[in-house]
Design a protein around this ligand. Structure first.
Ligand SMILES: [Zn+2]
Length: 156
């Protein structure tokens, strides 16, 4: 197992876990083909669909999710790879421009916020499964975390 691939798994697990905890649905989180490659396929984002009605709370959730990859690396390894967070910083900055308060350069603040919402144990559990299966759905990650699916919680 390469160190870089394990880091990528932990990084993507961080994004995916925060999505589940903040109820932002994604199709799947994937790694590969190269050891540095990983992505969370979000169903919809304020960047792709800027004309949708995004509440401040939703924008803040996305902002935290973009910071969660770096947060996961810091929790597990003590630091985050710079090249791995380049795109995340860009997306994070774009979301900040959509917030009326106009906060900017808050990436590190949100990394700390994300670090407080996830544990190292959760990251390692999801990352280990992601490394063996290469692909996890929103449902898979919810199950690994023991979190009920947002669309089933209203059923009684
Ligand atoms: Zn990332």
């Amino acid at each position: 197992m390469s160190d870089n691939q394990w880091k990528t798994c932990c990084h993507e697990a961080g994004h995916a876990i925060l999505c589940v905890k903040l109820e932002v649905v994604f199709d799947c989180v994937r790694i590969g083909p190269d050891e540095d490659d990983g992505v969370v396929d979000l169903t919809s984002t304020p960047i792709d669909d800027p004309d949708d009605d995004w509440t401040t709370e939703m924008l803040e959730n996305y902002r935290t999710i973009y910071a969660a990859g770096a947060a996961a690396e810091r929790l597990v390894f003590g630091s985050a790879r710079e090249y791995g967070t380049k795109c995340d910083r860009k997306c994070h900055a774009k979301i900040e421009t959509m917030l009326s308060e106009g906060r900017s350069n808050g990436f590190d603040t949100d990394v700390h916020k994300a670090m407080s919402l996830v544990t190292r144990k959760e990251i390692e559990r999801v990352a280990a499964t992601l490394q063996s299966t290469k692909r996890l759905t929103f449902e898979d990650v919810s199950k690994l975390l023991g979190v009920p699916l947002p669309w089933t919680t209203d059923i009684r």
